[in-house]
Ligand binder design. Structure first.
Ligand code: NDP
Length: 325
């Protein structure tokens, strides 16, 4: 099969389009013929060595397609089932072997591309606003990178839960997209002091929660946006990792809560995985959640997708499409 392979950490040019043997479903696994593959920031961290992976590696952890072979012990699935998943390695390829416990069925009304665009970023947005800090009417949330893949989805879900949403973005185009997704206030954090703006917008009180995926360049000021006993949910590091931190700062800035959540711990049970994916597919079908697929690339152009994502040029979701899809 065709796949993208990485032999060692580096820039986007280490993503090579190669032929490798098609895998076979092992015990508890299904072989999925992929129709659409999600590109996520974690793929960048794994490619450049920020997160350790064993090389050679096929990057990617999200996809949607059709079951072609079912391994022993994966009896819940059949050949021909339309499925999607997030969090299993080796997605930048025509086929991937995925543990059956990580697969969900895609409702008929939802396309492979929409399903692949929903799983990882959608379930992240879902757990952040329903479980990490469960938003409700009257809450005020600040969401960084509001026009990004997670940002656009989280804004819509936060609004649906009745929160007032402030977002940050870097350009006018991104500002327009973020407002379209429902943001009440949009701050250009590249031109202005977002903490001062968030405090002004919240009438000096501070916001209840900051969802921060940007990391290094936003972390400290994100703490300054919060009301006493507010929560910083640091869930990414798009600008780089946050340096070591003194917990006493949380006391000084108002008995704050800091958490560093990750999707795997919020879909660890079948029940949670099905709840989150069902909620998202339901909202898509009803039209209350809108996806923005900012760009699709042929699988062999994975390096271009990474370059675009890292250089802040993209909005919404990026997908790779395998040759035979
Ligand atoms: P995005 O589409 O949000 O892309 C990243 C965005 O971050 C950019 O478009 C840019 O928006 C902003 N940004 C700010 N500074 C930089 C910088 N120096 N370099 C690059 N981008 C920058 O990506 P995703 O939606 O795929 O992921 C968002 C974040 O969420 C990532 O950090 C990812 O790792 C994290 N994540 C965490 C999960 C978890 O469970 N913990 C799960 C899923 C994602 P702008 O131009 O407006 O500033």
């Amino acid at each position: 099969m065709k796949a993208i392979q990485v032999l060692g950490p580096g820039g986007p040019d280490v993503l090579k389009f190669v032929d490798v043997p098609t895998p076979k479903a092992g015990r508890g696994e299904a072989l999925v013929r992929l129709a659409a593959i999600g590109v996520n920031f974690i793929d960048v961290y794994q490619r450049n060595g920020t997160y350790r992976v064993a090389f050679p590696a096929i990057p990617g952890s999200e996809g949607a397609g059709t079951v072609e072979q079912v391994g022993e012990g994966a009896a819940d699935f059949r050949d021909g089932d339309r499925v999607a998943y997030a969090g299993a390695p080796g997605a930048y390829a025509e086929y991937a072997c995925v543990p059956a416990e990580q697969l969900v069925r895609i409702p008929d009304a939802i396309s492979f591309q929409d399903a692949a665009a929903t799983m990882l970023q959608g379930m992240t947005a879902h757990y952040l606003c329903t479980s990490t800090f469960a938003l409700q009417g009257g809450n005020m949330a600040l969401i960084h990178a509001g026009a990004g893949g997670v940002g656009l989805l989280l804004t819509q879900l936060a609004k649906a839960r009745g929160a007032t949403v402030i977002t940050t973005v870097s350009t006018a185009e991104k500002e327009a997209l973020s407002r379209e997704a429902g943001a009440d206030h949009v701050i250009r954090y590249t031109d202005s002091d977002f903490a001062a703006e968030a405090r002004r917008i919240s009438g000096g009180r501070g916001v209840d929660v900051v969802y921060d995926s940007v990391g290094k360049t936003t972390f400290e000021k994100s703490l300054d946006c919060l009301r006493p006993r507010g929560m910083l949910a640091l869930f990414g590091a798009s600008s780089g990792p946050v340096p070591p931190f003194d917990p006493q700062t949380l006391n000084a800035k108002g008995s704050l809560f800091l958490t560093r959540p990750t999707l795997a711990h919020y879909i660890a049970t079948r029940e949670e995985l099905e709840w989150r994916s069902r909620d998202l597919f339901g909202a898509l079908r009803r039209g209350t959640l809108k996806l923005r697929i900012g760009q699709t690339y042929p699988l062999e152009h994975a390096a271009r997708a990474h370059t675009d994502l890292e250089s802040r040029r993209t909005t919404g979701k990026l997908l790779l499409i395998p040759p035979l899809a």
